[in-house]
Design a protein around this ligand. Structure first.
Ligand code: 5RP
Length: 226
């Protein structure tokens, strides 16, 4: 998927986070253009002799890992020491994710990791969470969940595919509602409300999940522990 933001900054963030991966570690591999820079850097590290395995969060990250020669494993076989993942918006240790509709597996892998390193360019940093929250729903649940979102003050839009007629279908065979709530004052409360709607597989609010934010800048990368 084509993404906005600053690609040079994304590359610096992704490469800096990949540098933090030690020999012998298992790494959750996020999805999106910033995480992809980390995956490429890890592929180069493996090529240079570092012993690292990745746990992909999507078809995209698995394919890229395979292409760059980064061995992969699963949550059944291993537990991630850390995960490196992108975000659509970052406020402290809270995130909105799901621009690539991979947030269900991303949350699973990111939560299983001992540490979550978020990689982002400067455009992702904000004072308050405000971009639409992606909500992955079972196909049959689309209308009931949309009603539930409206009752909580949100405006849901079914995510349309690009270069295919019809909706985006996730790696899990589900649909995505992008839910506009404006500025989100209580991310934890909203996260709990959305999770409680029957038919919701996962939403893109990652509340208090980030352990460190790697922000790519024009000069390099800064790291903020959170
Ligand atoms: C995918 C995600 C991505 O990490 C998020 O959309 C950021 O993408 P990018 O690094 O391409 O800007 O959550 O589901």
């Amino acid at each position: 998927m084509k993404r906005g933001g600053n690609n040079a900054q994304k590359r610096r963030a992704g490469e800096a986070a990949a540098d933090a991966v030690a020999d012998g570690q298992v790494v959750g591999l996020g999805t999106g253009s910033t995480a992809a820079h980390a995956i490429r850097a890890l592929g180069r590290a493996v090529d240079a002799g570092r012993d690292v395995e990745g746990i992909p969060t999507s078809y995209q990250s698995r394919e890229l890992a395979r292409k760059v020669g980064l061995p992969t494993t699963t949550l059944e076989e291993a537990s991630p020491d850390l995960a490196i993942d992108g975000a659509d918006q970052v406020v402290g240790s809270d995130l909105i994710k799901g621009g690539g509709a991979a947030h269900a597996r991303e949350k699973l892998v990111d939560a299983a990791a001992d540490r979550l390193l978020v990689v982002a360019d400067e455009t992702k940093l904000a004072e308050a969470l405000s971009v639409p929250v992606p909500v992955e729903v079972l196909p049959d649940a689309r209308e009931p969940v949309a009603d539930g979102v409206r009752e909580r003050g949100g405006e849901p839009t079914l995510r349309a595919a690009e270069r295919k007629d019809g909706p985006v279908v996730t790696d899990n065979g589900n649909l995505v509602l992008d839910c506009e709530f404006g500025e989100i004052d209580d991310p934890a409360g909203l996260a709990a409300d959305i999770s409680a709607l029957p038919g919701v597989l996962e939403h893109g609010l990652f509340v208090d999940m980030a352990d460190a934010i790697y922000v790519g800048t024009d000069e390099g990368a800064t790291v903020r522990e959170s």
